[in-house]
Each structure stands twice: as C-alpha cells, then as structure tokens.
Design a binder for this molecule. Structure first.
Ligand code: ATP
Ligand code: MG
Length: 264
C-alpha cells in the first residue's frame, strides 16, 4: 500500500503537476483551468500571444504568484517547500536587463547559482568551482568570465544568467524568453545545449519563446497558451498558423464573424 502512495504522489518521473489552477492579477482573470503534467527529460515549449499569461504561469509554477484555485507541485511537493531549494533553475524574461549598478563579474554571477544553505561560506569548494567552470564553458563565456556584467552585451548577459541556472545543477529549468537579444549562432548553440541537458542529463525544461521556428526545432512538446491551454502535444502535431487562429477564437477579419455566429 505504501509503495502505491509513493508511486502516485512522488513518481520520480513526474516533475511538475499543475492541477486546475486559476490565477487572478489585480482582480483580473489571467489564467483559468490550467492542467499540466511534465515528466523528467521533457523539453516543453510554451508559446502564446503577448499578454496571454505565459510569464504568469511560470511565476505561478515557481510559487511567486499564488493561484486563486488549484494546486502546483514540483517533485511531488508544493512549490513553497524548502526542499525544492536548488532543484529549480529560473531564467527570467528580463535576464538580459540585469541591474547595471551591481558590480559583479560573470564568474561571480554564475557562482551565485551554486550557493545553497550548506555551502554559503565555503567559497573555495572544489566541486563548486568545477560546476562554475563547466557552466561558463557551456555558454561560451570563458573569455569574459572576469569582466563586469555591466560591460557585457545583452546576449552575453542572457547567457551568463543561463550559466547561473546551469551551475546550480537544477533538475527543472524554467526559461522565459531566453533567446531575446541573442544572435543566431549563439541561439542555436544555446538550444543545442538545452536539448543536450534533457537528453543526456535528464534535466527537464519549460521554455517560453516568441521564436516559433527556433522553439519548434528544439522542443519535443509544445503548449499554446491563451488564458487556458489551447494546445498541448507533440511538436510535430503543433497546428499551423491558420489552425492557431481558430484555437485563439479569431474569426475572419473581414467577414462578419459576430453575425455569422448569431445566425447559427
Ligand atoms: N503585476 C500585474 N498586475 C496585474 N496584471 C498583470 C501584472 N502583470 C501582468 N499582468 C497582466 O496579466 C496578463 C498576462 O501577462 P503575462 O506577463 O503573463 O503575459 P505573457 O504571455 O508573458 O506576455 P509577453 O509575451 O508579453 O511576455 C496581461 O494581461 C498583463 O497585462
Ligand atoms: Mg512574458
């Protein structure tokens, strides 16, 4: 009986379970009836028009925003659980706009990703140094690792923030528009890197992007969000733009969609 309970609640393959959540912000309904399960090793692309609630969903998963209804659990635990500390990596939409008045080198920033309650004052820790080296190498910032982040380009800064998430060895990485401000070569190598993390290291990724072509190339699964989930499935089955318009409930622009509806 015990094992069944473990299997249901803490199935090691189930990373995220979002159940029936509804989220209001400033009294306005932003998300409703969201149900979503993500398993280990999945690379999920989250797309949708501006203002459709993508960032809101990310922040709710992270436990920063509270859902009005429903539950979110990660690794079988509620998101505010201290057990999740260090297991979740977060790259925010504004990552490339890091405060410019903070004096921090790239290496120091990445190092922050490895800080946890236990090692906070052990700066010389060899394991940590290796993780930091590896993460910086992965995003190809070795040449600028000792340079102040304020002096980096937007794309470099974005990669530095991604390196911080990689150095943390988080098992579940959420990225909100990580490709903004990154040139095409860097973008492709980053996507390859993220894909490799899922395939080779069993990491789980949920990534928001407006770059439909890039995300379709990489994500195995796509979610189209507009207030609620309108599509969730294999990337190969992701609808074309015409079908997407239907999913979004957009009628013909020049026709009389409103009247047509009334006549039916
Ligand atoms: N702090 C806030 N208070 C109230 N409403 C907010 C707040 N932040 C966002 N919203 C509203 O919530 C809705 C969803 O915003 P959200 O940022 O989640 O969208 P998004 O899909 O991430 O958009 P984008 O593609 O532009 O990043 C929008 O209508 C927005 O105006
Ligand atoms: Mg957003």
């Amino acid at each position: 009986m015990d094992s069944q309970v473990v299997g249901t609640i803490r199935d090691p393959e189930t990373i995220l379970v979002v159940k029936d959540i509804t989220v209001n912000r400033s009294g306005k309904l932003i998300l409703k009836d969201i149900n979503l399960t993500i398993n280990r090793g999945e690379f999920v692309g989250l797309v949708g028009p501006n203002g459709s609630g993508k960032s809101t969903l990310m922040l709710t998963i992270l436990g920063v925003l509270k859902s009005h209804r429903g539950t979110v659990s990660i690794f079988g635990r509620q998101t505010n659980s201290s057990h999740l500390y260090g297991k979740i990596g977060w790259v925010s939409q504004a990552a490339s706009n890091l405060p410019k008045d903070v004096r921090l080198t790239v290496r120091e920033l990445v190092q922050l990703g490895t800080v946890n309650g236990k090692n906070m004052f052990r700066f010389a820790d060899n394991g940590r140094r290796k993780k930091v080296d590896r993460a910086i190498k992965m995003v190809d910032l070795e040449d600028v690792q000792n340079i102040d982040i304020a002096r980096l380009s937007g794309g470099q800064r974005q990669r530095a923030v991604i390196a911080r998430a990689l150095a943390s060895e988080a098992e579940f990485i959420l990225l909100d528009e990580p490709l903004v401000g990154i040139d095409r070569d860097a973008r492709n190598s980053l996507l390859k890197l993220l894909d490799g993390l899922c395939h080779d290291e069993g990491k789980t990724i949920l990534m928001v992007s407006h770059d439909l072509a890039a995300i379709r190339q990489t994500a195995h699964r796509m979610i189209f969000l507009e207030e609620t989930i309108r599509f969730d499935g294999d990337t190969e089955e992701f609808p074309d733009l015409v079908t997407l318009a239907d999913l979004r409930g957009i009628g013909p622009v020049h026709g009389h969609a409103h009247h047509a509806h009334e006549e039916e």
